[in-house]
Structure formats: structure tokens, C-alpha cells
Design a protein around this ligand. Sequence first.
Ligand SMILES: [Mg+2]
Length: 224
Amino acid sequence: MQRPLVLFDLDNTLVDRWGTLVDWAAEFAARHGLEDEEQAHILDMVAERTYPSTFDAIRTRYRLPVSTAELWRAYCTDIAASVSCAAEVLDDLDALRAAGWRVGVATNGAVDIQRAKLRATGIAERVDGVFVSEEADARKPQTRHFALAAARCGTVLSDGGWMVGDNPVNDIGGGRSAGLRTIWIGNGRSWPPDDPEPDHTVPHVRAAIDLLLLHSASHTRTTT
Ligand SMILES: [Mg+2]
């Protein structure tokens, strides 16, 4: 039997990106002698999207005497050093693969920082494949993003699969358009009323993995 595919979003799905950024912004502001208000603004800027161009804007705005390349390198190093994936989630990823799942990561963002986080957390060695949008300029919710992620895992979208993520548009809308079943990580929010609903809503990623394990167990029972 073909191994079923599940793709996970990275930020605020497998790792707590927001919490990591809040701590980073405080440290960054202290290091560069910036006020609280400036710290809040920098947090907004990096929370939105983080590429070298983001640091170009920060450097210009706050007249920092450092190059954009240095700021970007320091950011990647600092975030990789502080981001973590819960040990239980790492064990759950192992359990999924042991149960026969093909496990991948489908994430928007810059290659440097996303790959650094995947390595530092130990996620990289627990999945079959990873696709980062910048590698081929294919961002979620584009179907091409999911197709490339599936390819990294050695499969194709026409064989179906699942997408797990916290973003209603990028992960759930995009996953559905790509022909995948979807699990939304609510993180305490309620589903936006105007968007078509996901197949399942769960409070956190461990609950999503439980659901997938249950699904594969029942599937095995009915087909053997
Ligand atoms: Mg996310």
C-alpha cells in the first residue's frame, strides 16, 4: 500500500514562532539601545515576514551601524539558538512515520532561517521531505507549493494526503485547493466565518497527530 502523506506547516504549528520572536525582539532592542515602542514596531515588522529586506528596512529606520547581511546572519543564529519543538511533538513525528506515514514540512519563508530552525529543533531529521517557499518562489496558498512539498516526500498530490497548519488561508484554503484533507490548529482562535471550514479543528499539533494516527489505524483495520 502507498504510504499516506501528511504535510505540516512549521511556524506556530510545529514550533512557537511568535513566542520565539517576542523574546528575540526584546533582546534585539536591548542590544541596539532601542526603546519599548521601537521594540514593538520591530516585532511587528519581523512577525509579518522575515527576509533580509526586512532587516534592510529596520537598519535604515533606526540608523543601525551594522550591515543588513550582519543583521540577517545574527537573526538566523539567534532564532535557531532559541526556537524549540516540544519533545512530545518530536516523538509524535517519529510515531507517525513508524505507523507508515510519509511526513513533510511545507513552509513559507526564507530558506536560511527556515532550514536553520528545522535543523536546530531536530525536525529536519524526523521528516521525509521539506519545501521552503523561497527555494522555488512558490508560496502557500499556491497549489505549486504543496506539489513541490509532496515531491520532496517522494509522492504526488493526486495520491491525496493531509495538510496541518494554523493559517486559514495559506494552510487550510491552500491545502484544500491542492486536493488535501485539512486539519486546522486553532491556537485558541475560532474559525473565520467567511472561509470554508477545515475537515477538522484541533487545539494544538499533538491533537492533530493523534487524529492522523487514529485515522491510519482505522484505515488499516478496514482494508486488511
Ligand atoms: Mg504557521
